[in-house]
Design a protein around this ligand. Sequence first.
Ligand code: ATR
Length: 273
Amino acid sequence: MNIKKIALFGNPVYHSKSPIIHKIFSYITNIPYSYNKINVSNKNFNIIAKNFFDFGGYGANITLPFKKKAFYLCDLLTERAKLSKSVNVITKINNKYLLGDNTDGIGFINDLKRLYIIYKKKKILIIGAGGAARGIIPPLLLYNNNIIITNRTLEKAKKISKEFNNLGNIKYISNKKLFNKKFDIIINATSCSIKNKLPNLFNNIINSNTFCYDMVYSKKNTYFLKWCLRKSKYINDGLGMLISQAAYSFLLWHNKMPSIKLSIEIFKKINYN
Ligand code: ATR
């Protein structure tokens, strides 16, 4: 049987849980495919990714810092990829063209649904203005939420809010002006948790009903979630989102949706014991 050859491109990729997640999908759907991590340098991304597809590659996931490069590499793009201007999944179609998609946003929204977080007309604070924020802003705005974005480098928050304000209500704010402001949902979209750091924030922005989401997945609570727990008990990390975005990649490659709930259960059994 000819199994599909799929790879994850990024730098670094050694820490990635995606191969385990795809093994789980393969197991529960009974669809075999190969899924390997490929660590590439910034300079070589385009050539190595192209070679991969020229020599039998069927699909790819793209992680940091190449989502933008992947956007420009593809011949065709889905609407979601165009909106976020970044690509985290590629599939080869008609054995010829590279189609780029972005499943980060839908993975995130799907996780909020799984957690029964009402995701319409909410006041949401997004901390961070890099690729992670970019992926979730379009779908959150399409659901009519009010977004306030803040970032250590305020210029980047300003740029993003301008770029997306045709999709809905998004404003930027400096950290100083956040004092005493209240939100329904606070999302940490910075890379702080990967580096065991905490973004600089006033702790009066959280109350006992605020839902706090860290887009980073970690076995133990991240510094951000520990900080949130001092005020609110509603916290969640990015595991559900990670598995959801992977499931939508799987759907693109195999035309079948694996069970996200079952995959999360199996993942936790494998990783948390
Ligand atoms: P990307 O390639 O997606 O932009 P990144 O450079 O790691 O990823 O940064 C992601 C986000 O985390 C950025 O908003 C960054 O803030 P800056 O724009 O000011 O660099 C934010 N970030 C990273 N480290 C941070 C820290 N120690 N405190 C606050 N924000 C931080």
